[in-house]
Design a protein around this ligand. Structure first.
Ligand SMILES: [Zn+2]
Length: 513
């Protein structure tokens, strides 16, 4: 078999890319490709994906560009499913890149594929399954026109909802038309094809499979199993060639009765997705997805520690018992939060006429509307309110990031400054230099900004934002006090807690180990 320039075997699907050969436009031209092998041209979509995937692995290519943190977990399992020619399901919570992965499967298809021109179900020129194409080839023979289908058009996606019908997914029969035409009622010419037949020789993705009605699941199973289907009582034969992939929430999927057992049996692999395992992985995804590069004439800088805080909010929320774990906390939470942080800094800079601006912790609080809508709250959380929960998550996130940067740092002079009566109020809208001047008055504060990656402690924007982060961190650890209006002061002694512990007449609690 002759080799194309990139070393891949020359087939019908790779020929058009090698210059000098005109792309076949008819069945006859397609057959006349040198050393043409009709078995190669008619390989199934699963074999096509298998071969292209193996080639990509051998070349050491990135298999799913833009997907991070799944290199050692999810991706090897998907690869195994594809190499096994299995249909598979991704089980995961929202915002775990499930849709992105499924769309990424397109990359393992050939760049273009020959189809019989005009066929609604992308028939293989050498093995047409629809009556129309078979009749066309019978009359036109080698002159039957061929079209080339780009791989982007070979991915069909559907979000399952309870009102999705058999007609949507499989198709519908028009009995009146069938009767009028004097045709056999099982004749395909009377069918309006649904999404699945239109995905023939491609990939069909159904999102949230458990929401699909039971009888549609039965229909899917019959197509996957036998290539047979009944619509309105009419038997149809549709031996489709499709890779079928699904997504589902794991709890919905495993709940009894949500998925019919024979369909479950036909899904070759269940692959569990997950949230980023480390803060760094999460930050990589967020940095990739968030829109932070804005206008060229105003520069908004988000310091690394603040990006850590934004990401940590999502980590805290995923751990928080007051946040519903069944629905999860999407990666879209840190993404939209980061975008909102940038916007808040941008807005302040515009108001103050500043051309460069460094985002600060106050901007994270300003991003509250980007956080509250991304969490489903449990009853206890509902009682407290989304705003309160979100503020507590930010505070906890600041505390965690603060601890990472400041182990064994003595902040006693700063705390003392407040205990000696010092108070500080940072206005929402103020210039960087105004805030810097306020913060620089606090003894011992600016000398620690280097630990947050600020090389020049006289850089008003960067050092001011870092100093504010330190005060927020001390507040998060209850070393100093802070008002809702961002005024910092000395933490008052915890008198209330002390009193509760010494309630007279109550016997001391017994300790069990
Ligand atoms: Zn056809």
């Amino acid at each position: 078999m002759p080799e194309a320039q990139n070393g891949t075997p020359m087939t019908a699907s790779t020929l058009q890319s090698s210059s000098g050969h005109p792309r076949p436009r008819t069945l006859g031209e397609l057959k006349r490709i040198p050393d043409f092998d009709p078995r190669g041209a008619s390989r199934s979509v699963k074999n096509e994906i298998r071969q292209n995937l193996l080639r990509a692995i051998e070349k050491g290519e990135v298999l799913f560009p833009g997907v991070h943190g799944y290199e050692d977990t999810v991706i090897p399992q998907i690869v195994n499913a594809l190499l096994s020619r299995h249909n598979f399901i991704l089980l995961g919570l929202r915002g775990q890149a499930k849709s992105r992965i499924l769309r990424g499967l397109i990359n393992f298809l050939d760049a273009e594929m020959p189809v019989i021109a005009g066929c609604e179900i992308n028939d293989d020129p050498f093995r047409p399954i629809c009556r129309g194409c078979r009749e066309k080839i019978a009359t036109e023979g080698d002159n039957t026109p061929i079209a080339w289908m780009p791989r982007e058009q070979r991915f069909v996606e559907k979000l399952a909802t309870p009102d999705v019908t058999m007609a949507d997914i499989i198709g519908d029969v028009d009995p009146i038309r069938a009767a009028r035409g004097g045709r056999d009622l099982s004749d395909e010419l009377t069918i309006h094809y649904g999404l699945l037949p239109r995905a023939n020789r491609g990939i069909f993705a159904i999102n949230e499979l458990p929401d699909l009605a039971g009888k549609i699941q039965v229909g899917l199973f019959n197509i996957m199993q036998e290539g047979d289907i009944q619509i309105k009582g009419y038997p149809l034969r549709l031996p489709l060639d499709v890779l079928i992939v699904f997504t589902a929430n794991p709890e919905d999927y495993t709940a009894r009765g949500k998925i019919i057992t024979p369909l479950k049996d036909r899904i070759g692999a269940e692959v569990r997705t997950h949230y980023p395992a480390t803060l760094e992985e999460g930050m990589t995804i967020t940095a990739q997805e968030a829109w932070v590069g804005r206008d060229a004439n105003r520069k908004v800088e988000v310091p690394p520690y603040l990006r850590q805080v934004v990401e940590e909010i999502a980590f805290q929320a995923r751990e928080d018992k007051r946040v519903d774990r069944r629905s999860g906390v999407s990666q879209r939470l840190p993404i939209t939060t980061l975008e909102s942080v940038v916007s808040s800094a941008e807005q302040r800079a515009a108001r103050k006429g500043e051309k460069t601006v460094v985002a600060r912790v106050a901007d994270v609080y300003a991003a509250l509307p980007a956080i509250t809508g991304k969490m489903e709250l449990e009853y206890e959380g509902e009682l407290k309110g989304a705003d309160t929960i979100a503020r507590e998550l930010i505070r906890a996130a600041v505390g965690r990031v603060f601890s990472k940067h400041f182990t064994d740092v003595n902040f006693q002079p700063v705390i003392q400054w407040f205990e000696l009566g010092g108070e500080l109020k940072l206005p929402e809208v103020s210039s960087a230099s105004e805030r810097y001047q306020q913060l620089a008055k606090i003894q011992g504060l600016m000398e620690h900004v280097g630990k947050l990656g600020v090389p020049d402690r006289k850089d008003a924007g960067a050092a001011g934002a870092a100093a504010e982060m330190i005060l927020e961190g001390l507040w998060a650890h209850r070393r100093i006090g802070r008002s809702e209006e961002r005024g910092f002061y000395a933490e008052k002694p915890k008198a209330v807690e002390q009193r509760e512990r010494d309630v007279p007449g109550r016997p001391p609690r017994r300790q069990f180990n």
